[in-house]
Design a protein around this ligand. Structure first.
Ligand SMILES: Cc1cc2nc3c(=O)[nH]c(=O)nc-3n(C[C@H](O)[C@H](O)[C@H](O)COP(=O)(O)OP(=O)(O)OC[C@H]3O[C@@H](n4cnc5c(N)ncnc54)[C@H](O)[C@@H]3O)c2cc1C
Length: 492
């Protein structure tokens, strides 16, 4: 596997500092990096709303969200995105895969057998032949454009916001300071854990010619002076940028052997803090499927389920971030709150599911009805009798078969006798409350922590049939079918 990035140096921009949603924290737990993540940020950040120099309210989002047996992380983590990226790169490096900097994808072609990518790097031009390629190359995705995948939606050029990382003098770093002044503009100043820097977001004002000046320390200082009226001094900018409202999503996540994920597939307002979180989960959904196809010989139709499962989530993300932005706007107009109104039970992403996926099989009598975890749901955590947790059992790239209830013993043994590779089994004599079953039940948990199969406690055959299906799924073939048609897709 090769991962390239055209940046010469990894960015230090704080970007998605607010922050990592509970579901993504579960993913980081699965990767074994949760302790480092939690240490790098904070889960308690007061949102302090002001009008000029007067504090009008203060709330701590998710303050009442204590960990539950089914969900150990229920609060957002405020942490710099560049720190998150570094913490993820470290174990990747340890496993022998370094992100190659200063290396740009400049073109690619594909056939029904492979993709040939053209790279410009420190050692010059190189052509690399790979089985699959994934474009995680951001909102302006070169890969998406070259595949001709439409990025449907709208871009609003009339309102822009300056963003950046700066040092701030004149405020204690104990809260996220937020001004929503309908006359003077928007100003957000957020201290960044573990550094002297703050992230600033400020509405930009066009000049007399109607053109927005480029972001600069002077423009940001002018916004701070205008909106806060306080003696706050900015200095030492390490990142300055400008953003506009962009609400768009790809109409396909795949063309032949090339896939796209993250901002390359969906962009939307920051409200609700969903962008990077959704990108992480795109990759989490795709990673195990690619491994199964490339390493374990599963049919490539398994990859069709990436789009089947993630395109509806992209739609949800656009809808939810717009709804969060509306909630914030209404609160600001009504004087009842600010950014915290965009953070809801939905935005923590614990409730997202793949119930309609062809990979979600409900095979137990009554499964799919009211009670209990269903196929396609996120597999909940639970404390185990030996003091560990289910998430400890799920951690890693394997599939897990849970036998929930004493009557599952024979069926679990039957599955074990088939010696399926990459399958871990666990029998729990007493059904965990967090699964909500009234009968003994077999639950197959995918490597990305979603339930693939729910079957009766004695139905080991259903488990083996499901595992067989993963090797040759008959998933609906959505996405551009260049490969299926045997057509060569060339890109200049
Ligand atoms: C101010 C701000 C606040 C935000 N707040 C939040 C938040 O609270 N929560 C949240 O979830 N999200 C938030 N976001 C959004 C989040 O930052 C993005 O969703 C996230 O960075 C997208 O990650 P990505 O990897 O898909 O794309 P990017 O981060 O854009 O990364 C794409 C990478 O691809 C590389 N690249 C591009 N083209 C090529 C090429 N041809 N060859 C090689 N490399 C290439 C680029 O160098 C870049 O490193 C925020 C963003 C901003 C700006």
């Amino acid at each position: 596997m090769r991962i390239i990035d055209r940046q010469q140096e990894f960015t230090t921009a704080s970007r998605a500092k607010a922050g990592v949603q509970p579901r993504t924290l579960e993913v980081f737990d699965d990767f074994g990096v949760i302790d480092r993540m939690l240490k790098a940020g904070t889960q308690r950040l007061p949102f302090r709303r002001l009008l000029l120099d007067q504090v009008i309210s203060e709330v701590v989002p998710y303050e009442d969200k204590e960990p539950r047996p089914d969900a150990p992380y229920r609060r957002m983590l405020y942490v710099r995105q560049n720190d998150v990226e570094q913490i993820l790169r470290d174990p990747l490096g340890e496993s022998g895969c370094e992100v190659e900097r200063g290396t740009t994808l400049t073109g690619f072609t594909q056939t029904d057998a492979s993709v040939v990518a053209k790279l410009e790097g420190p050692a010059g031009t190189e052509e690399v032949e790979v089985e699959y390629m994934v474009g995680c190359d951001g909102g302006a995705s070169f890969v998406r454009k070259r595949l001709g995948i439409k990025f449907q939606g709208a871009t609003d050029e009339s309102q822009k916001m300056y963003v950046g990382d700066v040092e701030v003098e004149g405020l204690p770093d104990d809260a996220w300071y937020q001004w929503y002044d309908l006359q003077r503009g928007l100003l957000l100043l957020c201290p960044l854990s573990g550094s002297r820097e703050w992230q600033i977001q400020a509405s930009a004002s066009p000049g007399p010619d109607g053109v927005f000046p480029p972001p600069s320390l002077e423009a940001l200082q002018a916004a701070v002076d205008r909106v806060s009226g306080m003696d706050i001094k900015l200095s030492n900018p390490t990142w300055l940028s400008v953003t506009k409202k962009n609400v768009r999503m790809a109409d396909s996540l795949r063309s032949g052997r090339v896939l796209i994920a993250g901002d390359a597939a969906h962009v939307h307002p920051f409200a609700g803090a969903l962008g990077a979180n959704t990108g992480v989960q795109d990759a989490y959904n795709l990673g195990w499927k690619l491994a199964r196809v490339i390493r374990d010989g599963a049919d490539q139709s398994l990859l069709y389920t990436f789009q089947e499962e993630r395109l509806p989530i992209a739609e949800w993300t656009l809808r939810t971030s717009l709804s969060s932005a509306d909630k914030i706007a209404q609160a600001v107009i009504g004087g009842t709150g600010g950014a915290e109104k965009g953070l809801t039970e939905e935005t923590n992403q614990l409730g997202l599911n793949y119930r309609d996926s062809s990979l979600s099989w409900n095979r137990a009598a009554g499964a799919g009805e009211a009670s209990g975890v269903r196929a396609g749901d996120r597999a909940p955590d639970s404390p185990l009798p030996d003091g560990t947790r289910l998430f400890d059992v799920f951690r890693g790239p394997h599939t897990t078969l849970l036998g929930l209830g004493a009557d599952c013993r024979e069926a679990v043994a039957h599955v074990q006798s088939a010696a399926v590779t990459g399958l871990r089994t666990l029998e729990i004599a007493e059904r965990p409350e967090t699964y909500g079953y009234t009968e003994d039940t077999l639950v197959l948990v995918r490597p990305d922590g979603y339930v693939g199969l729910v079957a009766a406690g004695d139905d080991g055959a259903a488990v083996l049939a499901y595992l067989d299906f993963l090797q040759t799924p008959q998933a609906p073939q959505t996405g551009r079918a260049a490969v299926a048609a045997g057509e060569e897709v060339s890109t200049p």
